[in-house]
Design a protein around this ligand. Sequence first.
Ligand SMILES: O=c1ccn([C@@H]2O[C@H](COP(=O)(O)OP(=O)(O)O)[C@@H](O)[C@H]2O)c(=O)[nH]1
Ligand SMILES: O=C(O)[C@@H](COP(=O)(O)O)O[C@H]1O[C@H](CO)[C@@H](O)[C@H](O)[C@H]1O
Length: 207
Amino acid sequence: MLSLIIPAYNESQNIARVLDVVTQMNDFHEIIVVDDGSMDHTYQVASSYPVRVIRLEQNRGKGAAIAEGLKAAQCPFLVLLDADLIGLTPEHIRRLIRPVLEGEAVMTMGLFANGRFATDLAQKMTPSITGQRAFRRDVLEGLPQLEETRFGVDFVLTRHVKRLNLPVKTVFLDDVTQQIKEEKLGFSRGFVARLKMYWEILRVLVR
Ligand SMILES: O=c1ccn([C@@H]2O[C@H](COP(=O)(O)OP(=O)(O)O)[C@@H](O)[C@H]2O)c(=O)[nH]1
Ligand SMILES: O=C(O)[C@@H](COP(=O)(O)O)O[C@H]1O[C@H](CO)[C@@H](O)[C@H](O)[C@H]1O
């Protein structure tokens, strides 16, 4: 019933934390990691787990990575997770999935709570752009192309379902956080990457 898709770009230091958790669960028919043209060892790390790894030769952005994962996924229910989560447990993922499988919502959005101040605050300010969600595949019908959306993809997914007026549920992911750009890249490069991300989100907002 459930395909899990994990987009990953230069996550060799992080992705094992997530794959250690999800590969211990029996909930997924398939786990698909889309290596979005990483320049580090993300492909090798992901390939050491019992998952399908799709390698994109060039970095095409989170939206294109998710679009490739969606093309490959076979199930009627889908789960998206970021590759750099910290503190994730099977129970968090099951809380995300349950309302969708039970028909209470067509999509759930996982929001960090009591994780770290910075990541909690970011999601309080912009709850539409979480990378953690579960949804029914059929709600994607009529969705505009995701390929060019880069970091705008999360907002595009949320906006699409909200426009359809279908039930969406927020699920709090207690004690979960993620590795932020400034930690991955150092302060200056991380901050520049952050500004670029905001620009990519703004671009889809005005469309
Ligand atoms: O060009 C990109 C940028 C990010 N990601 C992935 O998208 C997720 C969310 O990225 P995040 O917000 O954590 O930003 P990052 O810290 O990777 O810049 C993570 O699994 C990234 O590896 C991706 O597949 N392609
Ligand atoms: O919280 C945020 O400001 C951004 C940036 O994440 P980092 O601070 O670099 O981990 O992350 C959210 O938005 C991204 C863009 O839509 C999504 O890709 C992430 O999944 C989401 O957590």
